[in-house]
Design a protein around this ligand. Structure first.
Ligand code: FRU
Length: 424
């Protein structure tokens, strides 16, 4: 397997590297990059469904948008099964942990609405059963297109395969609430190509998902970020000097880190509607560092490109580690080079005493960071936990140059609009 330079040599840009040296700078529990402790007494959004990845309605420029005064979020959602014999353990108790861990296999896209940017009311499923071509409806982005209320939902159709798709519908408001109409025809956009982005045939544990379309504030063109892995057979990747970076003595051994090959992918639209896309080389690769850079997204601030992506402790490579949370990189132009924020990349991680308290952070242009509650310890030893499946408290970060700082915490699931669109 070739190095980044050999592999992407003749392409318009070179992917930036998140190196092992960068990752050695990751430190859990730095208060400026750690999410405040989430209490085990959290309220849940719903006793009927679990929710996790949260996707606020926004425009193509990234602004969180309400319609006629209604805030709207989309969530990955799965039924809770407190009475299903399949999830009752040998003592007759509901095994919520197993139910929660199985959720990815039955993930569906739902929407919620609110007058206050919190206290969300369940709207329902976005697509009727049978509309989406695969079993799993995985993460993506709902985009409000115009004052007629048209919405393009970009998401990932998974199992079989993993295809970036979109489906168009419309948001309709009344005094009493919001409904989603249409969303009846799913259009496949693209899949991993095996040349830049790893395919299932190359690696059964491949990742190819989480589309995040946007308009580049500088060139005005339509692009899309997504999660991928660098193409090549599993195990064939090289963790060379460039991927290792400038490490101190004793840190040259890369172990089995060639199996961790995450990247942040980018595609450019050939048309104005975003129906025809061309994949470009990744913006950022993490070969030898981490296997997942999920839900990549941008904040455009101070003329810079702030690239955020979520990752896990368990997906780090041998010899490097970090908390579950959101990581970030900054560049002066879209195609980089990208530099890790705070030296390491870590922007907001879970505290080591509650390593799974939250996940799937989304940094919004107003500095607010939304995430969901995964599991929170209920005893000192951390052996007993309470499963979340609901919105976490929103955290505010301040982004200053190449640094970020946690500055405030707000209510559960607080996602206020940045602008309101009056529908015609
Ligand atoms: C992040 C994530 C996404 C994926 C979804 C599947 O929490 O892993 O990358 O689309 O969850 O449930």
């Amino acid at each position: 397997m070739k190095s980044n330079t050999e592999k992407f040599g003749k392409t318009p840009h070179q992917p930036s590297l998140w190196t092992r040296a960068d990752a050695l700078k990751v430190h859990a529990d730095d208060p400026t990059t750690t999410q405040p402790l989430v209490s085990a007494n959290f309220p849940v959004l719903s006793n009927e469904v679990f929710i996790w990845d949260t996707m606020p309605l926004r425009d193509m420029d990234g602004n969180i948008t309400s319609v006629d005064g209604w805030s709207v979020i989309f969530t990955l959602t799965a039924d809770r099964h407190p009475n299903d014999p399949q999830y009752i353990d040998e003592n007759g108790n509901y095994d919520i942990t197993r139910d929660w861990n199985d959720r990815h296999g039955r993930a569906k896209m739902y929407y919620w609405f609110s007058r206050t940017g919190k206290d969300w009311k369940l709207g329902g499923r976005v697509m009727a059963e049978g509309v989406s071509p695969t079993v799993r409806e995985w993460a993506g982005t709902p985009i409000l297109l115009n004052e007629q209320g048209e919405v393009d939902l970009y998401y990932t159709a998974v199992t079989p395969g993993a295809t970036i798709v979109k489906v168009r519908g419309r948001v309709v408001t009344t005094e009493h609430g919001v409904s989603m109409v249409g969303f009846e025809k799913v259009k496949p956009l693209f899949e991993a190509d095996g040349k830049m982005y790893q395919t299932e045939a190359q690696n059964p544990f491949w990742g190819f998902r989480d589309p995040w379309p946007f308009r580049d504030p500088n060139d005005g063109k339509l692009y899309m970020l997504f999660e991928g892995n660098v193409a090549g057979e599993r195990g064939s990747h090289k963790v060379g000097k460039a991927e290792i970076g400038d490490v101190p003595p004793g840190h040259e051994d890369v172990g089995n880190s060639r199996f961790q090959t995450a990247c942040v992918g980018i595609a450019v639209a050939r048309d104005e509607d975003g129906d025809d896309w061309e994949m470009l080389p990744p913006l950022l690769t993490a070969v030898g560092v981490n296997d997942q850079t999920e839900r990549p997204h941008f904040v455009f601030q101070d003329g810079k490109y702030y690239l955020f992506t979520i990752s896990h402790t368990f997906t780090y490579a041998d010899g490097v580690t970090g908390p579950d949370g959101v990581y970030g990189f900054v560049a002066d132009s879209l195609f980089g080079p990208y530099v890790p924020l705070n030296g390491s990349g870590l922007v907001l991680g879970n505290p080591s005493s509650q390593p799974f308290q939250t996940y799937s952070h989304c940094v919004m242009p107003n500095g607010l960071v939304t995430s969901f509650i995964d599991s929170v310890p209920t005893d000192e030893s951390g052996t007993q936990t309470r499963i979340g499946g609901t919105e976490a408290p929103t955290v505010e970060i301040k982004i200053k140059g190449q640094q970020t700082f946690v500055v405030a915490e707000y209510d559960y699931g607080y996602i206020p609009p940045m602008l309101d669109v009056t529908l015609k």
